[in-house]
Design a protein around this ligand. Sequence first.
Ligand code: ATP
Ligand code: MG
Length: 693
Amino acid sequence: ALDSRPNYLEALNLEQRRAVEHGVTGQDAPPGRPLLVIAGAGSGKTNTLAHRVAHLIVNGADPRRILLMTFSRRASAEMARRVERICANVLGKDAAVMTDALTWAGTFHGIGARLLREYAEQIGLNPDFTIHDREDSADLMNLARHQLGFSKTESRFPTKGTCLSIYSRAVNAEQPLDEVLLRSFPWCAAWQAQLRELFAAYVEAKQAQNVLDYDDLLLYWAQAVSDTVLAQDIGSKFDHVLVDEYQDTNRLQSSILLALKPEGRGLTVVGDDAQAIYSFRAATVRNILDFPSAFTPSADIVTLDRNYRSTKPILAAANGVIDLASERFTKNLWSERDSAERPQLVLVRDEAEQANYIVERILENREGGDLLKQQAVLFRTSSHSGPLEVELTRRNIPFVKFGGLKFLDSAHIKDMLAALRFAQNPRDRVAGFRLMQILPGVGPSSAQRVLDAMAEQADPIACLSKMPAPPRSGEDWQSFVRTMHDLGAGQAGWPAEVGLARQWYEPHLDRIHEDAITRQADLLQLEQIASGYPSRERFLTELTLDPPDATSDQAGVPTLDEDYLILSTIHSAKGQEWKSVYVLNVVDGCIPADLGIGTKDDLEEERRLLYVAMTRARDRLHLVTPQRFFTHGQNPRGDRHVYASRTRFIPAALLTHFQSVVWPSVPASAAPGRQEVKQVRVDVGARMRGMWR
Ligand code: ATP
Ligand code: MG
């Protein structure tokens, strides 16, 4: 019987194979009993999941009826590639066709957006809804705050951002407001009544305007499937539902899964509780721990204990760090990859030296034959990579920064996106409010007036066309109305209408911004990005949910065959691996961040974050500890240099796992310009640390 097995199974270990073959009988792949794969970093969970999907398809499962949820769009594209490679073994050319039919692969939010449009009518939604990113949501929250007058009558009322965080936490954790306030925002507890009123107004505004925020994508989905008929309807679209990184799902997400597959038939989830790093978004490790007992009889469990990714010394150091965690379910891993090289713990003077050190090592590795792509620099917070980005640019080393296409945040791109969003949904007030104020002579109050009038009408764009132009806006108003009308009617078609929006916007760009020329280049780049999406709706949805990666190359998105270094936050590096990994600012105040504010649970999450960072490395790991770093207002004293020491997560007892390096090795006094720093090193650091500890 063994010979008749497809050879891709041979590469797997016994436990992995058990997970892959679970429920598959000979030539049939019926939805089987629920399965949980829970195991440590690099043990092949994602690889096993890809093999399982391939194995299901090879055995006759319909790829169009497989729902595959990953943590990012990048991860789901990577998964599809792997599935295709594995299937090709057996299916040959059909593998690509089969993998292309895996249309329900994506993130929870992306899949949610799609299902909500598809089932809009049953749910009582208008399928043209637009999606607000966090900033839009905060703006809408702010409008509601002002309308209720809280920002005036209540001194020190929570900021729009805090209000949104509280709201979001209550929604995602399915927790009552008073509990959320008590547990996570005690300093806002005094405003409970006002917050309740504010959130009611916020929800009402979203509904009236036909907009959904991030949380709504899950919330509406969960609401929809709390209706058993609808749950069955949606659940029956899928024979198999598979979820990667299950430890970072929240209660809404688990309730959605359980509603879709109440008996767990065809359900597979994989994850690692030691890598749970999203509790700040209400993710709960309980989901993965409670998964088996959510079903009767309980789910089957597969655990994996061999790490295939990292060398023994790297794994030993990572295990050492996570062993100090107060609570953990997954066991320690072992590896067979011998290496004499311990991970390096590198002491440098400051962030500039840190950047120098990393660039040196990267170039050295490249000389040695490693592509830039096989190396990654990880950091706690996006702003930490600033000095390194400067150095990389200076030395002409191309890089891609994950998840942070900065130009999406710039005013002119937001203006363009607002135009497209308004065309999609003219009730989207945040978009309309932004657009109208671009026009000369139109201020907040006239914009509000126009939007109020539009809100009353069944056809808001027709209403807009009939409105008299606000005084002093003249021809600019007419051209705005005409453009919105044309965009809304969809005459130009996609993606040509992005050009239409640009033609309308460009004259304003010249007027508003001094550096209009560089911004014009951005608009063209936006057009190029847009042409990669099949429709306006998909473009807006996906750009909002999961922005493309930023590159050092101003000309645009690098092609796949180019070589570039990866820069990423640790959060976005989840699930990935590189030959060499450099972690920036492994010091108290960065990892863990927010000294003195966090609870014990927050601290444990920071420990897991370091564990996630370390376990991304296959052959070489460098943890860099600058003696001082720049903070961006994260501490009570605002933006400033802070003196720091090695992270508390690597206490002296763990130092044997590392090779300690001081860089540069020349004594500081021998190098010009270093004397000054040497003097302040002595004890100022300790004094300053004491200020906010
Ligand atoms: P993480 O917890 O970081 O998400 P993971 O458990 O999902 O890790 P994978 O990314 O699937 O682990 O696998 C880690 C590495 O081990 C990959 O390079 C993968 O190809 C390799 N690997 C997994 N299983 C095997 C195996 N049976 N034989 C050889 N290599 C394997
Ligand atoms: Mg994985």
